[in-house]
Design a protein around this ligand. Structure first.
Ligand code: SAM
Length: 194
């Protein structure tokens, strides 16, 4: 199993558990995309998951205010913008919004980035999602303060928050000599009409 396989396995397991159903054509936003090493794997997974032998049309956009310094890997057909998600001027635009390994407040401060109150941050993320769209948070290799943000996700839109406890992933962590997946948290939310 490679780290990309693990990401796909993690998403597969939690999508199934949360009964995530995606249409045949989707708009996807990755908030805090960073170097975007996993973007090709994410595109590959979303293009295939739940479509049998067919292929889903996926429009993927990554945003990260540090993007200009990070030389991100942008797969063909995807887009990357070096901006803060809170500055996006879109509404009800995305079927799926990812938040992969978000910075906790102390890391935001270290990088001179704004710290948005969780209610403001998640309110904006949910405003970007279509009604019925999903928010998927993945914290990996993360001490609890790095996923404390997830516990502030609005309960009325929360579907699940659980750990990914795959033994192979844990073994891979130790094999690579780094904490990649064994200390993690996964969040799935869904924008509901409230
Ligand atoms: C730990 S990195 C994770 C990068 C990538 N998702 C990964 O897993 O490799 C967190 C990223 O979130 C970005 N970020 C922080 N606040 C953000 C915001 N309000 N909007 C968009 N990106 C943000 C940071 O600049 C940083 O690159």
């Amino acid at each position: 199993m490679t780290p990309d396989d693990i990401l796909a396995d993690l998403l597969q397991k939690f999508f199934r558990k949360a009964k995530v159903k995606l249409p045949s054509s989707i708009s996807v936003l990755d908030v805090g995309a960073g170097r975007w090493e996993y973007a090709p794997a994410l595109l590959g997974f979303l293009g295939k998951c739940g479509v049998g032998k067919g292929k889903r049309d996926v429009r993927l956009k990554g945003v990260d205010p540090l993007g200009a310094q990070l030389s991100p890997k942008v797969p063909e057909g995807a887009a990357y913008h070096p901006v803060d998600a809170l500055d996006l001027d879109e509404h009800d635009a995305y079927d799926l919004i990812f938040l992969i390994h978000p910075f906790p407040d102390y890391r935001l401060k270290e990088h001179g980035l704004p710290v948005h109150p969780p209610a403001t941050f998640f309110g904006k993320i949910l405003s970007l999602a279509k009604e019925g769209g999903y928010v998927v948070g993945v914290a990996y290799g993360a001490p609890p303060e790095e996923y404390a943000l997830f516990s502030q996700f609005p309960k009325e839109h929360l579907v699940l928050m659980e750990r990914y406890a795959d033994e192979q992933a844990t073994r891979l962590d130790y094999g690579l000599g780094r904490d990649t997946y064994h200390d993690n948290m996964v969040l799935i939310g869904r924008k509901r009409r409230v």
